[in-house]
Design a protein around this ligand. Structure first.
Ligand code: UD1
Ligand code: UDP
Length: 372
């Protein structure tokens, strides 16, 4: 038996690792162990419940207002005992969070091989996304197996002298997860979402949480959104706010008290995905939503200066708006006023795979250990 320990801690890691965990559980010759760091608590638990994953280990590290050093240190120390007890053959980590980096480092220190899911995405800007660009790059140095979603991600790894035999192009597991939860007729638990007139209102789905956007950039973003809603009577915004108090404070300051702006708690993944499916437009600084929007045929306006996900920008469904108030207003207003501009962005494209990434990852793991 190959013992594979999947380690994750935040909402996006959990969403994108859930199909991998399920595929590992189904695979013959593999024993699957799950360890969560709980870098996020409520937002992680929402996903564990949805996909019915019961972790074997839970480090429960989250603290309000946690610093990067605190997360990194607590994960590294907490994993020491878990790794000594479980002695896995392979640790699987996902993406670019502090949990990801710290878990890969802990595995390396303990002589355990590392598989990196969602490998090879690069902005090549050390400070953006911060600290994710460096987290992901460092995991690239630590990993023995790299699961690259796209050809472009593969090329990045090759240019960094990763051996091609160690890389497998799989597509992104987010597509596996997304296909699992979208329903044609869906009733939301949050009544407010059932009462929105999706046919006659233009609903904007918005998220914002990035560390490098906290402060002035986020003030600019929310002020732009307020302006857009004030100047377009058929526009309605749904903003499931991240639980980070630094995000909520600015969101309330600019967006509270408007009857066409709904500030709500983070949605579970299923309602979130089904709301995206029903909306007109997406505004976001999220990584995962840049991958989901194009697959759902929704234009995505990205509230960041750069992206490590250029595929959908090149395909024309994602547009980079940056964090300048006037530029955000211009881009969104064009999409609201010029239907041909909207249509040009709204065609569904999916550069991120066919929903079989998790199965491909499991097969690559089996081949890796067969060849040893
Ligand atoms: C983290 C990741 C980021 C990812 C994001 C997904 C790092 C450095 N950052 O950023 O890459 O895009 O998760 O959302 O790893 N909080 C709660 N409950 C929760 C989750 C968060 O209360 O369930 C609050 C806590 O006060 C916490 C704060 O949010 O301290 C920030 O969480 P943290 O994981 O440090 O940073 P994120 O901005 O969520
Ligand atoms: N998401 C969710 N509920 C919400 C908002 C987003 O389930 O209220 C999902 C979203 O569909 C995507 C993931 O969370 O799959 C993205 O997570 P986040 O934006 O927190 O992190 P990032 O992708 O930027 O790392």
């Amino acid at each position: 038996m190959i013992k594979v320990m999947s380690i994750f801690g935040t909402r996006p890691e959990a969403i994108k690792m859930a199909p991998v965990v399920k595929a590992l559980e189904r695979a013959e010759g593999i024993e699957s162990v799950v360890c969560v760091t709980a870098q996020h608590r409520e937002m992680l638990d929402q996903v564990l419940t949805l996909f019915d994953i019961q972790p074997d280990h839970d480090l429960n590290i989250m603290k309000s207002g946690q610093s990067l050093s605190e997360i990194t240190a607590r994960v590294l120390l907490g994993l020491e005992a878990v790794m000594k007890e479980e002695k896995p053959d392979l640790v699987l980590v996902h993406g670019d969070t502090s949990t990801t980096f710290s878990a890969a480092l802990a595995a390396f220190y303990n002589g355990i091989k590392v598989g990196h899911v969602e490998a090879g995405l690069r902005s090549y800007d050390k400070l953006s996304p911060f600290p994710e660009e460096i987290n992901r790059s460092l995991v690239g140095r630590l990993a023995d197996l790299h699961f690259a979603p796209t050809q472009g991600n593969y090329k990045n790894l090759i240019s960094e002298h990763i051996k091609k035999e160690a890389i497998c192009i799989t597509g992104n597991t987010v597509i596996d997860a997304l296909y699992d939860v979208i329903e044609e007729t869906y009733t939301f638990e949050q009544d407010v979402l059932n009462h929105i007139d999706y046919a006659n209102r233009r609903v904007i789905f918005m998220t914002a949480h990035r560390r490098e956007n906290l402060g002035e950039p986020m003030e600019n973003i929310f002020s732009a959104v307020r302006h857009i809603v004030d100047h377009n009577e058929d526009v309605e915004v749904v903003f499931p706010m991240h639980l980070n108090p630094k995000v909520r404070e600015v969101a309330y300051k600019h967006l509270e008290g408007h009857n066409r702006i709904h500030l709500i708690d983070p949605l579970e993944y299923k309602p979130s995905a089904n709301l995206m499916k029903r909306c007109y437009l997406i505004l976001t600084d999220s990584g995962g939503i840049q991958e989901e929007g194009p697959s759902l045929g929704k234009p995505v306006v990205v509230l960041r200066r750069e992206t490590e996900r250029p595929e959908a920008v090149e395909a024309g469904t994602v547009r980079m708006a940056g964090v300048d108030r006037n530029r955000i207003i211009d881009i969104v207003q064009t999409l609201l006023s010029d239907y041909s501009a909207y249509e040009a962005m709204a065609g569904a494209v999916n550069p991120y795979g066919d929903g079989t990434a998790s199965e491909q990852i499991v097969q690559a793991i089996q081949r890796f250990f067969d060849g040893m």
